[in-house]
Write a protein that binds this ligand. Structure first.
Ligand code: HPA
Ligand code: ZN
Length: 324
């Protein structure tokens, strides 16, 4: 089965590029930028990755990305991920980036997006992996800052497929960003947002995302199973969910494999993704293996998960069809 999963053409739809920063590259960038890290070895750094919920993970995630300063840093970060993706037979990826995690510490938006974009272009030419960017707003910052970031992104619109919403969900419901999402839609961006697993008011957040904001898909969203009516809306609209089993196991008490199974059985376009693979120790292949292990998925079911993913990509129909 491992070989079957390895050979399967894959699609990654829930991946934070800053969450692919492996300790080795972190040390390299720290050295290049003259930054002193609190740990002296890769092993020590990895051992310090201790978290058991979303806020404790986010603290380490934001600390880690302080080493990203220059355009080549962002290029190297994305290129390292795309090389890994190519090794795992990922054919297409939609990649989140968090501009506010950089602009808020004085790193210009322009430099971030140019580095990422250049890597995407080189990866397509050199590795045959195609990818697009999704710009995420940090929901624990004010909505006004998200709006300013949206406006700042407009000159680069051709390089951004859509917008997302991530970071700490507690007390930061989708409704807080209704005006930002309205404007993003007007500007032609496609829309997604995190509804993280087992958060306070999880179902109400999913309801707002689906019914009030009108997102095109949901990141995580497993708690939708608690509301039959919302499941029906998602089925009717053919909406996709980007689930991340190994990540779930880190920030909640389980991978939520049974929930993912239920969503598959209901016919929801559920997909398997890696979220922050450098921190959760698993790229998309390891996530598929973990889920297969838990659920004894058949080859046909594994193939269906990838068909779901290609189907819900933000690619034009004819490009999508070439993957299916
Ligand atoms: N949830 C919310 N925000 C994030 C995550 C996540 O899993 N990863 C990076 N930012
Ligand atoms: Zn995520």
């Amino acid at each position: 089965m491992k070989d079957f999963i390895a050979g399967l053409p894959k699609c990654e739809l829930h991946l934070h590029i800053e969450g692919t920063l492996e300790p080795e590259l972190k040390f390299e960038l720290a050295g290049r930028n003259g930054i002193e890290l609190p740990c002296s070895s890769v092993e020590e750094l990895r051992a310090a990755y201790t978290f058991d919920d979303l806020p404790s993970f986010l603290k380490i995630y934001y600390e880690g990305m302080q080493v990203l300063r220059t355009e080549p840093d962002f290029y190297d970060l994305a290129m390292a991920y795309l090389r890994k993706a190519a090794e795992q037979n990922v054919r297409y990826a939609e990649i989140f980036f968090d501009p506010q995690a950089h602009t808020s510490r004085g790193v210009p938006f322009d430099l971030v997006i140019r580095g990422l974009r250049r890597a995407l272009m080189d990866a397509e030419a050199q590795l045959g992996v195609r990818a697009q960017l999704i710009m995420c707003f940090l929901r624990d910052f004010q909505a006004e800052y998200a709006m300013a970031t949206l406006l700042e992104s407009l000159p680069y619109k051709e390089w951004i497929a859509g917008v997302g919403l991530d970071s700490d969900e507690k007390g930061n419901p989708p409704a807080k960003f209704a005006a930002v999402y309205d404007r993003a839609r007007q500007e032609g961006y496609l829309l997604t947002m995190h509804c993280d697993v087992d958060q306070d008011d999880a179902v109400e957040h999913i309801r707002q995302a689906v019914e009030d904001i009108g997102v095109n898909r949901i990141d995580h969203g497993v708690n939708i199973l608690e509301d039959q009516r919302l499941v029906e809306v998602v089925l009717e609209r053919g909406m996709g969910l980007t689930c991340c089993p190994i990540s779930n196991g880190y920030v909640t008490d389980s991978m939520k494999a049974e929930g993912i199974r239920k969503l598959m059985d209901l016919g929801v376009r559920v997909t398997v993704n890696s979220d922050d693979p450098a921190y959760f120790a698993g790229y998309v292949q390891e996530n598929l293996e973990a889920l297969q292990d838990a659920l004894q998925l058949s080859r046909e079911e594994l193939a269906q998960l990838e068909r779901n993913a290609f189907e819900i990509t933000w690619l034009p129909r004819h490009v999508k069809d070439a993957y299916l």
